[in-house]
Design a protein around this ligand. Structure first.
Ligand code: HDD
Length: 693
């Protein structure tokens, strides 16, 4: 509700008007216009007579309709769909040796943050689970101003130079002559561009990996991507890369599951984050780690760290955990906060500076520019979610939607007429740029050190576990099968040959290509870099039920004791448990008591859970064997490699669904075994349920 209390517009008027404003009673404030005029009728517009036309004079109706007509602002050109929350960053390890930035030097201090996690390609109303990179943007409201770390859940990017960004985005967005596909790169223009852009191959490996379909926003990594500079008190620079590591461990969806979730729950990731924060259980938490290195270290790397298509393997420069971020407060209003928050990689604070990465350099320009159009003018910093929480003062003035009321006649500096208030002055401790020697000729050439496009792509692919490699190949087959132009499919397989011949062969076979296409010329010989186990997702997942969810399917006559013991055990292991029944009103259990359901079967398929139990009486099982939603519940749980607990009735349904016995299919009485199996996906099962390329 918009009110004086919430928009900071001043206190309620006193006297006669004040009395009028207290009339509604029962704790309800009086409904008013935006001018504060109490409204007597919010159901009927003013008409010439009871069946006559509406009068222009009806300022109440006109104000309401006009405001409604202006409710929409342009959505972000990329990252339109996002989910945001408030929280804090707590420093546990001082970096005072490297930087003067106080958020990284004051151990134990909690810096408030706002974090927005997003998909890249889809519109504001698109689904949460497409194959896509995820944005990972954090605004730290530090004592020295706002610091924005605007990253992704993948540590590299498609292109090396910001000048290519509009081309990349135009290629991946819906094709302009037809308006589809939405929220998807699986179409000709995207792969056409990629096939002509060898520098994107490393990012393509990440994008085709399971990292592009996170199970939860709280279970994905985040990366600042570029190298930045830390500056110490003497102005000495150390390069830094930022990494967010999820405390719940990394976990991804199975592709078929992601596709089905898109229909079952469009808001799957957003709802998940909301429920975590609102319930206070398994609050989204990430450790923040840094990689620190000097100019001299960088000179030894077999790649150029200024190239955003390259990582610095953790094995080469180890991660140093320095603190953690907890998201613990959901927004009060989605539009005011999540929609209006304005991130900008140019928002740095004293002690942190940019590197010369040409992608970062372009970003420093682009974000402010986009906020000016998206939020309607230069005063968007005054929107509460964007405003610094530290004091701020300067002599900028006026502009659309100016909310401030600067006092005095002096809005410039230096000034001698500034008696009250005094002008703001620059300080020696303020932001300073790194002193970096610059020489050479102006040029539009890219450095030779940016020319190796395949070695790290190979390193990524070969560092994956066999199943992950199969998923990656399957993703390429899926995406390229959507490409209608055969020449583009072939060109991509040509690139894959530089990355890994086996990968190329698997994809070629999956596409049914006639013969192997020639690889394009590579500017540099492809290097066999040391494998990096840190790049495997499955290899780094944490077996736990903490923050996961378990769904129990029940119906009339289900065993009350079995439901209770399974639910208690799953909750004790940190899971959220939901009961699912054919009717949301629930059913009467074996003990004669009525049990309401948390979700109705048709609207709560097993894809929304990490593990399931099917606990049914013989009669209910008989009935549900001819209910497609129930059979699919079991079939999908099995196909998506989930642990399944069952009793005798449940077993009848599992048989109908073609569920075969394995370690992950357990009797409900063995709760310990179920909990153990539910901590991870049943990877061994995959080859039995899916043909992998
Ligand atoms: Fe960007 C939004 C991340 C390259 C131009 N970008 C945006 C958001 C994230 C990123 C997370 C959403 C922030 C939010 O939640 O509001 N962008 C990245 C990363 C990049 C990257 C990790 C490469 C390392 N971006 C990039 C380039 C350009 C842009 C090269 C242009 C030169 N990005 C934008 C933008 C957006 C944006 C058009 C759209 C809405 C916004 O900024 O506020 O300015």
């Amino acid at each position: 509700m918009a009110s004086n209390d919430q928009n900071g517009g001043g206190s309620a008027p006193k006297g006669q008007a004040g009395e009028l404003h207290q009339q509604a009673g029962d704790g309800h404030p009086v409904l008013t216009t935006n001018q504060g005029v109490p409204v007597a009728d919010n159901q009927n517009s003013l008409r010439a007579h009871d069946r006559g036309p509406t009068l222009l004079e009806d300022f109440i109706s006109r104000e309401k309709l006009t405001h409604f007509d202006h409710e929409r602002i342009p959505e972000r050109v990329v990252h339109a769909r996002g989910t945001g929350a408030h929280g804090y960053f707590e420093l546990t390890e001082s970096l005072a040796q490297y930087t003067t930035a106080r958020l990284f030097t004051e151990v134990g201090e909690r810096t408030p943050v706002f974090c927005r996690l997003s998909t890249v390609v889809g519109n504001k109303g698109s689904m949460d689970t497409p194959r896509d990179a995820r944005g990972f943007a954090t605004k730290f409201y530090t004592k020295d101003g706002n610091y924005d770390l605007v990253g992704n859940n993948m540590p590299v990017f498609f292109i090396q130079d910001a000048i290519k960004f509009p081309d990349l985005v135009h290629a991946v967005k819906p094709e302009p002559d037809r308006g589809f596909p939405q929220a998807s790169g699986a179409h000709d223009t995207f792969w056409d561009f990629i096939s002509l852009m060898p520098e994107s191959m490393h990012m393509i490996m990440w994008l085709m990996s399971d990292r592009a379909i996170p199970r939860s926003l709280a279970m994905m990594e985040g990366f600042g991507i570029h190298s930045f500079r830390f500056l110490d008190a003497e102005g000495r620079a150390t390069f830094v890369k930022f990494h967010w590591k999820p405390r719940l461990g990394m976990q991804s969806l199975v592709w078929d599951e992601a596709v089905k979730i898109a229909g079952a729950d469009n808001d799957f990731n957003r709802r998940d984050l909301h429920d975590r924060i609102k319930s206070g259980k398994a609050l989204p938490t990430w450790d923040l780690a840094v990689q620190l290195f000097t100019e001299e270290d960088a000179a030894q790397f077999p790649f150029d760290h200024l190239d955003a298509t390259k990582i610095i393997p953790e094995e080469l420069v180890p991660l140093k955990v320095v603190g953690h971020m907890v998201l613990d407060r959901w927004v009060d209003n989605f539009f005011a906060e999540t929609e209006q928050v304005a991130f900008c990689p140019a928002n740095v604070v004293p002690g942190i500076d940019f590197s010369e990465d040409p992608l970062l350099q372009g970003r420093i320009f682009s974000y402010l520019d986009t906020q000016l159009i998206r939020l309607g003018g230069p005063n968007f910093q005054q929107i509460p979610v964007n405003a610094p929480k530290c004091p701020f003062a300067n002599h900028q003035q006026d502009g659309f939607m100016q909310m401030g009321r600067p006092k005095g006649r002096v809005m410039y500096e230096p000034a001698s007429l500034d008696e009250d208030p005094k002008t703001a002055r620059a300080t020696a401790g303020g932001f300073r740029s790194a002193t970096v020697p610059a020489s050479g000729q102006r040029t539009r050439l890219r450095p030779e050190s940016f020319a190796d496009h395949y070695s790290q792509a190979r390193q990524f692919y070969r560092s994956q576990q066999p199943l992950e490699q199969a998923h990656l190949a399957a993703a390429l087959v899926f995406e390229l099968s959507k490409v209608e132009t055969v020449r583009i499919r072939e060109a991509m397989v040509g690139h894959l040959r530089h990355i890994d011949e086996d990968l190329a062969a698997r994809v070629a076979a999956g596409l049914g290509l006639q013969g192997m296409p020639e690889p394009p010329d590579a500017a540099r010989p492809v290097q066999d870099l040391p494998l990096s186990p840190a790049l495997s997702l499955i290899g780094n997942s944490v077996p736990t039920l903490e923050g996961r969810s378990v769904g129990i399917l029940f119906d009339e006559g289900s065993d009350a004791a079995a439901i209770k013991s399974l639910r208690d055990a799953a909750m004790a292991a940190g899971a959220m448990v939901k009961l699912v029944a054919p009717k949301v009103g629930g059913a009467t259990l074996s003990d004669g008591k009525h049990q309401p359901a948390d979700g109705q079967l048709a609207g709560t398929p097993s894809v929304v859970f990490d593990a399931v139990a099917v606990l049914l009486s013989a009669d209910a099982a008989h009935k549900l064997r001819s209910e497609a939603a129930a059979v699919q519940f079991a079939k999908d749980a099995f196909g998506h490699l989930k642990a399944i607990a069952h009793d005798a009735g449940g077993k009848a349904l599992l048989d109908e669904a073609g569920v075969m016995p394995d370690a992950g299919v357990v009797m409900a009485t063995d709760t310990a075994a179920f909990i153990e199996q539910a901590k991870t996906r049943q990877w061994d099962r995959e080859v039995k349920v899916r043909t992998l390329p």
